[in-house]
Design a protein around this ligand. Structure first.
Ligand code: ATP
Length: 311
């Protein structure tokens, strides 16, 4: 650990949302989680988490989705910070300020992103000296998507999504996200998926060679064709309006469209920044999507950003 005189007064970390290009859901495991095979891509919609020493543990939220996020000890960023504190023997509380730009309960792993950001920020604030591998292990204990929020880029996830492996990929991708006004609970979507598939045999999930080839060549059209999500039918079953959103995006020229993770955000891949802007305008004008966002991908995982925090 560094001496108190040299410790920073506050640390801000920027962390991205994710989209699953492919999400294959296998059987439910003995521990209640489903076996997954997924390809994650980190997309340029960012939350910022600032931590600073404080008299007591507290969390404040700003940004467009602030009122949907808990400000008590259940906030995933607080859970992460307290877990790290216990792990490294820090007894002084911190305040956390979260500037939230990632849609909440939208299948973009915003809560997991904040947990990853809090880990990186507190690790830096306390100069805790944890090895990267230890931080990744702590992240996996906090949630299946938290290790990917640390790494960013593009990665394959197995196990319950927490075991990451690199993917050979090239190119920049241009996404449009149609954000639903009502969130979907991840456990509810998995339960609906189980219900819809209750009579079908379920194979162990594996990545598709089609997606791997598309990513290796950086071919956005091929990636668009290969998008697939085993949770999509369940999300559409719970929010039937998502079908209209998917149809509209494809009709307006998207290369592919998919429910993001457990939804209900719908992600559309487009051919260029200009096409992404056109699609945003068309989706908004048609009235089918309430809120639309654009983002470039892939981007880095959780990173300390220099200078004074914005919040
Ligand atoms: P995933 O894709 O990982 O299943 P999600 O994107 O669908 O997650 P989140 O935005 O992570 O969903 O939020 C899920 C729930 O977690 C929210 O309804 C909220 O009550 C709770 N939550 C706790 N902490 C946070 C946080 N820091 N940010 C967002 N939600 C949080």
């Amino acid at each position: 650990m560094t001496s108190a005189a040299t410790l920073p007064r506050s640390v801000t970390v920027r962390v991205p949302a994710k989209v699953n290009l492919e999400l294959r859901v296998g059987p439910r495991r003995a521990d209640g989680f489903h076996a997954l095979s997924t390809i994650y891509m980190a997309v340029g919609l960012f939350d910022e988490v600032t931590v600073a020493p404080s008299a007591e543990w507290e969390v404040t939220i700003s940004g467009p989705y602030a009122e949907q996020v808990p400000t008590d000890a259940t906030n995933l960023a607080v859970v992460a910070a307290r877990t790290l504190a216990e792990e490294v023997g820090v007894h002084e509380p911190v305040s956390l300020r979260i500037h939230k730009e990632i849609p909440v309960a939208g299948g973009m792993a915003g809560g997991s992103a904040d947990a990853a950001a809090a880990l990186v920020a507190c690790d830096h604030l306390w100069s805790s000296g944890m090895a990267r591998e230890e931080l990744v292990q702590l992240a996996a204990g906090l949630g299946s998507d938290v290790p990917f929020a640390l790494s960013g880029g593009i990665a394959m996830g197995s196990g319950r999504g927490e075991a990451l492996a690199p993917v050979l990929a090239r190119g920049t991708f241009h996404w449009v996200f149609a954000v639903s006004q009502t969130g979907l609970s991840t456990p509810a979507v998995y339960a609906e998926c189980d219900r819809l598939r209750s009579n079908a045999p379920i194979a162990a999930p594996e990545p598709s060679s089609q997606m791997m080839t598309a990513l290796r060549s950086g071919d956005a059209e091929a990636v668009g064709r290969a998008l697939s999500n085993d949770l999509q039918d369940a999300a559409v079953s719970l929010q039937p309006g998502l079908r209209d959103v998917l149809d509209a995006g494809l009709e307006f020229g998207a290369l592919g469209g998919i429910v993001s993770g457990s939804g209900p955000t719908v992600a559309f891949l487009t051919a260029s920044p200009e096409m992404a802007l056109d699609l945003c305008v068309s989706l908004t004008a048609s009235g089918v999507a309430g809120e639309v966002r654009r983002a470039k991908a892939p981007v880095h995982g959780a990173q300390v950003i220099p200078g004074p925090s914005r919040v």
